[in-house]
Every structure is written in structure tokens, then in C-alpha cells.
Design a protein around this ligand. Structure first.
Ligand SMILES: [Mg+2]
Length: 230
């Protein structure tokens, strides 16, 4: 066991939730801030923590140490209330379920997540589409572990070592993601990147950010597997 540690991004890589996550974040921000109107910052691939701080600053507010947990309490309640919308409006991206299944059954692969979502939101989203049994959440890293996505690479590797005793290296750790921030997290955090052009950035944009391997989608399971094990 343990030739590859594969860490999946969620949004626009495994799932397209049709903006429900953004709407919930925005609604939670409105409730948290008490502002009748507010500016929402954009930037796929940020951690929720970073996104929240960016939003605070964009609206003239200053982040404090305990503001993010307070915000998450508000957001959690909205996620619970609107959880059904993920399935009603969202979809699993082509090939995502198949490659997650292949990775889950491959003894050479440890498969988990590296996502800007908080762990609870990651669990909610994957559970909504019955994908939650295909990854080990306890080994992943999330948008409430650190503000900087690059730091999540080390967080995941430490968790994997503690959980499995396997020590993965930058050469044996692979991130899979759709945004330039996924590519940068791999480059700065110490991992390989398999980028997928299923988000708003096309293949050229992902390559120019530094991704050597860019796939059009996860549709062809054998091609994805080959890229993960390369
Ligand atoms: Mg993404």
C-alpha cells in the first residue's frame, strides 16, 4: 500500500453544485455581517477561511481571531436548512464517481481530499451524492484547517502519516483540481498536480499557471489513473 497519495478538490473537479455553495456563503455573510448589501469577492480555489477574510476586507471590516468560527456557526445552519438543494441543482462531474471508486479499491492509492471547503461542508457535499464512502475524510485537509491552500498539502501529509504510517513525499503526493489555486497549492505546498479543465479556467490557463498535466475532464478513468500514477 502507498504508492500515491491522491488529494481531490471538490467543486468543479468532482461536483458542480450550480452555485449553491456560493449562495449559502453569501447568505451567511449577509447574516453574519448584518449588512443589507455587501460585496462578494470572487476567486475559485480559495479556502473558505481566505474567502471569508477577503469578503470582510472588501466590505470594510477587519478580521479578528474568532470571527471565522462565528461565521461558520451561521453558515452551518444555512447548509443544514438548504442541504437538499445540492442534489436538486447539482451533479457529479463525468467520470468522478468511477475514478473515486477505482482509487478506493486500489491498494497502492490513498485517496482523500484537499479542498477549500470546510470538512463539514466537504462531508455534506459528498454525502449528498453518495460519494462519501469513497474517500477517507480523516486523512484530508480542509478550508477550516488553514487559510492558505498551499499549507493544506502539509496538513494532509501529516494526517496521512499519523493515520496510516505512510510517509508520502512531494513526488508521491498528487493534487487533482480545476483552478489555478489548486495548481499553485501543489507547486508551493510540494505536490504534483493533475489539473482538470472542468472549471472556469481552460487548459491553457492551467498550463500557464504551472500545471504539466492537464486533462479535459475525468471522463476516461484509465487516462486519469495513468496520470495519477505517472
Ligand atoms: Mg475547485
Amino acid at each position: 500500500m502507498g504508492k500515491r497519495l491522491v488529494l481531490w478538490d471538490i467543486d468543479k473537479t468532482l461536483l458542480d453544485v450550480d452555485g449553491v455553495g456560493f449562495e449559502l456563503f453569501s447568505a451567511a455573510f449577509a447574516q453574519y455581517s448584518g449588512l443589507t448589501e455587501h460585496i462578494d469577492t470572487r476567486g475559485p480555489g480559495r479556502t473558505e477561511w481566505q474567502w471569508f477574510h477577503d469578503n470582510l476586507r472588501a466590505n470594510g471590516m477587519t478580521p479578528t481571531d474568532d470571527c471565522f468560527p462565528d461565521f461558520l456557526t451561521v453558515q452551518d445552519a444555512l447548509f443544514e436548512a438548504r442541504a437538499a438543494e445540492f442534489v436538486e441543482r447539482g451533479r457529479v462531474l463525468p467520470g468522478a464517481r468511477e475514478i473515486l471508486e477505482r482509487c478506493a479499491e486500489d491498494p497502492d492509492i490513498v485517496s482523500s481530499l484537499l479542498t477549500g471547503n470546510t470538512r463539514r461542508n466537504a462531508e455534506r457535499k459528498l454525502s449528498a451524492f453518495d460519494l462519501d464512502h469513497l474517500v477517507d475524510f480523516s486523512l484530508g485537509s480542509y478550508g477550516d484547517d488553514h487559510m492558505d491552500r498551499s499549507e493544506l498539502v502539509g496538513v494532509a501529509r501529516r494526517r496521512v502519516y499519523q493515520g496510516t504510517g505512510i510517509e508520502f513525499t512531494p513526488d508521491t503526493t498528487v493534487l487533482v483540481g480545476d483552478s489555478p489555486n489548486d495548481v499553485l497549492a501543489a507547486l508551493h505546498g510540494g505536490a504534483r498536480i493533475v489539473a482538470v479543465a472542468t472549471g472556469i479556467t481552460d487548459a491553457g490557463g492551467l498550463r500557464s499557471t504551472g500545471a504539466e498535466t492537464v486533462l479535459d475532464s475525468l471522463s476516461d478513468t484509465e487516462t486519469v489513473l495513468k496520470a495519477l500514477l505517472a
